[in-house]
Design a protein around this ligand. Structure first.
Ligand SMILES: C[S@@+](CC[C@H](N)C(=O)[O-])C[C@H]1O[C@@H](n2cnc3c(N)ncnc32)[C@H](O)[C@@H]1O
Length: 507
């Protein structure tokens, strides 16, 4: 009886912070702010075990007695009245314009932890969900505070990725929309690059100079105030151009990308984009919108990379070899093919399914509709003969004919024979085949078939790296050249970089 009474009393008790809890006061009138803070409080409770009671009121007594007090301040004047000791900006909003300030009002450990948590990565993702965001530009000081605490650890990973994706580690690097310079420090630490950061906001440039001074890297990194639409650099002057998080803010993206292309050396590479977790939604672009913009620039070989963020990669005509020479597995092979081909949309045929990751990467990377043809294989007999038995790898019967198997993530799968491709003339813009070529008995016939089903302007890349292939299956590059002559293909050649490849271009 007594126990039941206690439970009832406990249930009826008004919400309060309790022994391990804290109280947070939020203005009742701002629904999004209340929702965001409630959600942040729940996650905090889940992670730290500290209960947070969110009190909705603006009465002075409640404001004062709360451990943390949050307010939405539309202008500087109001900011002064709220700020005072231990107040910090944790989010902001464009419409109606204003900042969310959080004031720490008690010395308890739990209160300070929650106050810190309000600007953590976790909380920022929740703020973004309720249309708040962290300062992106126009507020250099707050931006630097946010990135140098909450995002600091991500800059090293981004720098490393930029260096790996482009293969460029020395020469002149320009960082467009450099902000407060944290990326530049990480790039400098991992390369021999000389870096120039460019930003339209003089205050960002001041913050960046201070960051670099503190890191003692002034001899490697310098800064200039400037606009990406009209960069203060000569044509063909940069080996590497990078940009993180700034692309959505460029007003005329076509012009900006063309300007980056103008400044890039023919042997240079640009990697522009980011993961836009904290960028206000109104600035964000869909993959299709970005592809349209990239097409509009008319830059040959420009590709959109939608992997770990949204990026645009521009590769100078003389950089192909460098980019092609990384050891990066299927993803890099897909990049190599896109860059070499200059094709970034349309229909792709993957001839064979030995390396499905390459096909999947192509499907992910650009705006393609991809067909994968599983090949009925016959292992050739000794070189010079055309005798052959069905190979162990042959899982399909000759009689099965061509059939549509299933659709896997935008990839249409069929089966058929390479010597007699089951497609009408001019069906594909890009054809790729990895690891199949040695198994084709009549290679000249396959090359003719590939040429037949390519559209004018199309590109085929057929071959592989055959380190572990039995030598009886290997073909010399001279033999391949002879086969191409036999096939009568004028715009075909053999490439011997990172493997042995046949490249066919259709005029
Ligand atoms: C989100 S911040 C990214 C800063 C920095 N790259 C980083 O990752 O910390 C975007 C930056 O782009 C700059 N920016 C915006 N428009 C620009 C333009 N037209 N030309 C140059 N910089 C620009 C802003 O001033 C701001 O510093």
């Amino acid at each position: 009886m007594f126990q039941t009474l206690m439970i009832l009393l406990a249930l009826a008790a008004p919400p309060g912070p309790g022994e391990n809890g804290i109280t947070v006061c939020v203005p009742a009138g701002h629904k999004d702010l209340v929702s965001a803070v409630r959600e942040i409080a729940q996650v905090f409770h889940h992670q730290q075990g500290t209960r947070v009671d969110v009190v909705l009121d603006a009465r002075r007594a409640e404001q004062r007695s709360a451990d943390v007090y949050l307010a939405f301040v539309p202008n500087e004047k109001q900011r002064e009245t709220v700020a005072g000791k231990n107040a910090k900006q944790v989010a902001r909003r464009d419409r109606p314009a204003g900042r969310v300030l959080a004031r720490l009002q008690s010395d308890t450990k739990a209160a300070r932890e929650f106050w810190d948590f309000l600007s953590s990565l976790h909380a920022q993702a929740i703020w973004a969900k309720w249309n708040f965001h962290v300062p992106m530009h126009g507020d250099a000081e707050a931006y630097h505070k946010f990135v140098s605490t909450t995002l600091r650890s991500t800059y090293a990973a981004t720098a490393l990725r930029m260096l790996t994706e482009t293969g460029i580690r020395e020469g002149l690097c320009i960082d467009v929309g450099c902000g407060s310079g944290l990326l530049d420090i990480e790039l400098a630490k991992r390369s021999r690059l000389r870096i120039v950061g460019l930003d339209i906001d003089p205050k960002m440039i001041e913050a960046a100079k201070a960051t670099v001074r503190a890191a003692h890297l002034e001899d490697r990194i310098t800064f200039v105030v400037g606009d990406v639409h009209q960069m203060p650099f000569a044509d063909d002057s940069a080996d590497l151009i990078v940009s993180r998080g700034a692309l959505p803010f460029f007003q005329d993206k076509v012009k900006a990308l063309r300007e980056i292309w103008r400044v890039l050396k023919p042997s240079g590479v640009a990697f522009i984009g980011g993961r836009y977790l904290y960028t206000p939604r109104k600035y964000l672009l869909s993959g299709d919108e970005l592809r349209r913009i990239v097409r509009q620039t008319g830059i040959p070989g420009a590709i959109v990379v939608e992997r770990r963020g949204q990026w645009v990669k521009l590769v100078g005509p003389e950089a192909t070899k460098k980019v092609a020479s990384f050891r990066g597995g299927p993803a890099m092979l897909a990049h190599r093919v896109l860059i070499q081909s200059g094709v970034s949309e349309g229909d792709v045929l993957a001839l064979g399914d030995r390396f499905p990751q390459v096909t999947q990467e192509l499907a992910r990377l650009s705006h393609f509709s991809v067909t994968e043809l599983r090949l009925r294989r016959r292992a050739p007999g000794p070189r010079g003969t055309d005798k052959g038995k069905p190979s162990a790898a042959d899982g399909h019967s000759e009689a099965a004919g061509v059939h549509e198997a299933k659709r896997v993530a935008r990839i249409k799968q069929l089966s058929g024979s390479a010597e007699s491709l089951p497609f009408p003339d001019q069906s594909f813009d890009l054809i790729i085949s990895v690891g199949e070529l040695p198994f084709w008995r009549d290679k000249a016939q396959v090359f003719r078939e590939v040429h037949r089903v390519l559209r004018p302007g199309g590109y085929a890349f057929l071959g592989g790296r055959y380190r572990h292939m039995p030598s009886r299956l290997k073909v010399s590059s001279d033999q391949l050249r002879a086969t191409l002559r036999e096939a009568g293909l004028p715009n075909a050649r053999v490439l011997e970089e990172m493997g042995q490849w046949v490249e066919i271009r259709k005029q």
